[in-house]
Design a protein around this ligand. Structure first.
Ligand code: 13P
Length: 236
């Protein structure tokens, strides 16, 4: 299973170090073999290499080695820390930061070419969900435009926009149906994300075709994130 923490715009360089040390000690002590991914903010990136299955990734980067792109980081900055994992297509980047599918596809192609492990996010807004599964799938599949879904180092995260940071989790039936449909199109590990917390981790991880979780809010506390990792271990 894959258990991933997306810090978004939370944690500092110092608190990320404390978090990572604690998480690494937990992974070691509990002999965790699940894949545990952490996406801290860019200012907190560093050479965190504790175990092969505990990996730090970037939440975003510009598809360039280096250059004049004010405010962005490129491959050179990421590579300094030996980072080879990236989150692409998160709904906050699509809907708040205005990233287009075309830009996302360019980013995907660049980091795939560089051999990165890519966690690629898709997910529909509330008004689409309300129209039913056909609309949901048409919307989600449109987010694969320009994306090489056969890329070997690809993980898909299904994160319904209306369930992110809202406390509203998609129902188990909605998750199962959507993941089942996605699996018909993309033969890659599928994660669920959207208001996952310790209390619902087990039931979500037990859903058919759900191979892990991408956690925002509830992952910012290292103890709850460790608890989610422990739940995944007990299930596998
Ligand atoms: P929340 O867990 O805060 O809903 O965020 C989910 C998410 O966006 C993870 O990428």
């Amino acid at each position: 299973m894959i258990i991933a923490a997306n810090f978004k715009t939370n944690h500092t360089r110092v608190s990320t170090k404390t978090y990572m040390d604690k998480l690494a000690a937990f992974v070691e002590k509990e002999a965790i073999t699940e894949d545990v991914l952490v996406f801290p903010p860019a200012t907190s990136l560093d050479s965190y290499h504790y175990h092969d299955n505990l990996r730090v990734g970037v939440q975003n980067a510009y598809p360039v080695e280096k250059g004049s792109f004010t405010g962005e980081i490129g491959l050179e900055q990421i590579s300094e820390f030996g980072i080879k994992t990236i989150l692409i297509g998160h709904s906050e980047r699509r809907h708040i930061l205005g990233e287009s599918q075309e830009e996302i596809a360019k980013k995907f192609a660049f980091f795939a070419e560089a051999g990165f492990e890519i966690v690629y996010c898709v997910g529909e807004p509330k008004e689409v969900r309300e129209k039913g599964i056909e609309s949901v799938m048409a919307y989600n599949l449109s987010q694969f435009e320009g994306i090489d879904t056969n890329y070997e180092n690809l993980i898909i995260a299904y994160e319904p926009v209306w369930a992110i940071g809202t406390g509203l989790t998609a129902s188990n039936e909605q998750i199962e149906e959507t993941l089942g449909e996605l699996k018909k199109h993309v033969a890659k590990p599928l994660l669920y994300g959207g208001s996952v917390k310790v209390a619902n981790t087990k039931e979500i991880l037990e859903i058919k075709n759900c191979e892990g979780i991408l956690v925002g809010t509830a992952s910012w506390d290292v103890d709850s994130f460790c608890e989610m990792v422990a739940i995944a271990k007990r299930l596998s």
